[in-house]
Design a protein around this ligand. Structure first.
Ligand code: GTR
Length: 357
């Protein structure tokens, strides 16, 4: 659990009251505690899932991606405290004779096609891809009067924008699980950067996702906070620049990393014993690749408790080209900048194929 002198604390396999966790039967309760801590300290609380979610296919492009896939424009809708809420999803579905695994991608732009997803390569690899444009859910700023933010009373839920985008990814899954073309046992949620944080938070809470995929998620994502150095993003910068992503309490931890009753390995561990895959980029020092790898190592005991291999890879800092996919926690480091690229997708798809249900 040591990487560059970093040790992942607090302990994962120990309840807050000090009771050790040494039996997988204790895990659901410990996982509930991890989620409770992350809600209270970082991402805030969210409303319960709506009783029913509707999906309407508004239009279909029956020839897309070399003719091997179709593209549907779907409207997802559900009742909220303040009435009906809906948002659009672009859904790429390969033409296949059996149900296919699914990616739910929370993305930065509404564009079809977009630089963050090689749609044809994804569908040719046998995956369906549902893309949510995050601003269709709610704006990426401190305005809590638009989109999903306006649909629930702020005084009842402490969620920030990350919690809202994660909620929308789960609602997208609600609908897609009703589609016979989808292999319900093999759903993944994926995002880049702030939306990588979102994907992890979504997968942590929503056990229907077998895979949580974090690309360059950095601070408040996969990146272990303790021991960061100048040039790495920390709670201080993130809560100054983007306070609205989180609950109010997260600010309490500015300059107090060593006192935090949690760290980001808790976020990965809350996905256990399912699957989590973390990708970093060499030049993305702001996101702190070494700290992303450290969280993977630090989260491992949650899998080992279940007799599963957690992180199986180097203990010393990864070098570009390293891709550790053997364990239930995947990790890769590629050369280059902060970006969700084709190489990242190839790595995630290979990892998922290795660990399909
Ligand atoms: C940065 C932010 C990071 C990361 C990134 C992104 O400005 O500091 O935490 O989320 O934006 O989302 O691209």
């Amino acid at each position: 659990m040591d990487i560059n002198g970093l040790k992942c604390v607090p302990e994962l396999l120990c309840f807050t009251d000090g009771t050790p966790v040494n039996d997988p039967a204790q895990w659901p309760a410990r996982r509930a505690e991890l989620l409770e801590i992350l809600r209270r300290e970082e991402f805030g609380t969210a409303p319960a899932a709506p009783a029913a979610v509707k999906g309407e296919v508004e239009s279909t492009e029956s020839v897309c991606c070399s003719g091997h896939a179709v593209l549907e424009r779907i409207h997802i809708s559900f009742e909220t405290d303040n009435g009906l809420f809906s948002f659009p999803v672009n859904f790429f579905l390969p033409k296949a004779d059996k149900p296919v695994p699914l990616f739910v991608l929370i993305n930065f732009r509404p564009d079809v096609y977009d630089k963050y997803y090689p749609a044809e390569e994804i569908t040719d690899n046998g995956f369906a891809l549902a893309v949510i444009h995050y601003n269709d859910v709610t704006s990426d700023d401190g305005d809590f009067t638009n989109g999903l933010a306006a649909m629930y009373d702020r005084s009842k839920y402490s969620w920030g924008k990350i919690g809202m985008w994660a909620f929308a990814a789960s609602r997208t899954l609600d609908y897609l699980l009703t589609r016979p073309e989808i292999d319900a046992a093999n759903a993944a949620v994926i995002g880049h950067s702030r939306l990588g944080k979102t994907a992890l938070w979504c997968a942590a809470q929503d056990e229907r996702f077998r895979f949580g995929i974090s690309n360059d998620s950095g601070c408040a994502g996969a990146s272990y906070e303790r021991g960061k150095v100048e040039g790495n993003e920390m709670v201080k910068q993130i809560t100054t620049n983007f306070p609205y992503w989180f609950c109010e309490r997260y600010k309490e931890w500015v300059d107090r990393a060593d006192e935090m009753p949690f760290d980001q390995h808790f976020l990965l561990a809350a996905i256990a014993p399912r699957y989590v895959c973390v990708g970093s980029a060499q030049e993305d020092f702001w996101a702190a690749p070494v700290h992303e790898q450290a969280s993977c190592i630090g989260a491992s005991p949650a899998w080992e408790l279940h007799g599963r291999p957690g992180y199986v890879g180097k203990r010393e800092p990864a070098v570009p080209g390293d891709d550790f996919a053997a364990g239930d926690i995947g990790y890769h480091l590629r050369s280059g900048i902060h970006f969700l690229g084709r190489g990242d997708w190839l790595s995630y798809m290979a990892y998922i194929k290795k660990h399909l249900a």
